[in-house]
Design a binder for this molecule. Structure first.
Ligand SMILES: Cc1cc2nc3c(=O)[nH]c(=O)nc-3n(C[C@H](O)[C@H](O)[C@H](O)COP(=O)(O)O)c2cc1C
Length: 236
């Protein structure tokens, strides 16, 4: 979660039973950094690091987690208009997973062709392949379901074919406060890539619904910041 999930935050919540911790989202190039600053100006939280500091900053944050939680995989969720800065993050020594953010829906990010707008880019497969081929980390692609004019199942297949290791899906369903369990099941049944389900894991009931879709793993965001993680995630 931009502006929130730094090493200090993640070190506090990892002991609840997480085996992967995601830093970021971080903006990595001039257009995305400028977009992040415009988001901050209108009062929303974002990480704000200049170009000449961001890569060192991420490396330090990874080390702060690894020092305390050696067996936890560290992932970095990142945005960039081109693959090169993402490749650079993917090659940071102690990083396990670099996550390409095709998910953010803030206007400032979408208007420069990043975040969920990546799903409409004709070069998305090539973008992902370039990251996969040139980084030593595993590669995750984070997407959102039910984006207008986007066929999520088709995109999921394309991400799998491009060689990514994980498809991290925010199974958001417009107008309801629960994930799109059916679409998530359909994706799990039809793609070969490991699927990490996300959205509305905020109770034992929803956790069981999430597991029932066939996901290989799941992630939790808002329940962590609200402090209401009063269900058992470590049995999964
Ligand atoms: C304040 C806030 C900031 C977020 N920032 C990011 C981000 O930087 N990158 C990202 O991929 N998702 C981001 N998200 C989305 C969450 O990671 C997650 O996909 C979404 O909240 C649905 O999951 P949940 O129901 O467990 O909260 C953010 C969510 C919130 C509430």
């Amino acid at each position: 979660m931009a502006g929130i999930t730094d090493a200090e935050f993640l070190n506090k919540v990892i002991p609840y039973g997480f085996n992967v911790a995601t830093l970021g989202g971080y903006s990595l190039d001039k257009p995305t950094i400028e977009a992040s600053r415009r988001i901050i100006e209108r009062g929303r939280k974002e990480f704000d690091f200049p170009l000449d500091e961001i890569f060192t900053h991420i490396a330090c944050e990874i080390d702060k987690i690894k020092k305390v939680h050696k067996n936890v995989k560290v992932s970095a969720n990142v945005r960039s208009t081109t693959p090169q800065p993402i490749i650079e993050v993917g090659n940071i020594e102690n990083l396990d997973i670099v996550e390409i953010n095709c998910h953010c829906r803030q206007d400032e990010i979408v208007s420069i062709g990043c975040g969920q707008e990546m799903l409409n880019r004709s070069d998305l497969a090539d973008f992902i392949s370039q990251v996969v081929e040139n980084t030593k980390s595993e590669v995750s692609v984070k997407i959102r379901t039910n984006v207008d004019n986007v066929n999520t199942l088709q995109i999921a297949g394309m991400i799998s074919d491009a060689g990514a290791d994980y498809l991290h899906i925010d199974a958001m369903k417009k107008g309801v406060f629960e994930a799109d369990w059916e679409l998530l099941s359909e994706i799990c049944n039809n793609v070969k890539i490991k699927v990490i389900g996300n959205n509305s894991v905020n109770s034992q009931v929803n956790l069981e619904k999430m597991i029932g879709t066939g996901v290989d793993g799941f992630s939790i965001a808002r329940s962590i910041i609200s402090g209401h993680l009063d269900f058992n995630i470590s049995d999964f």
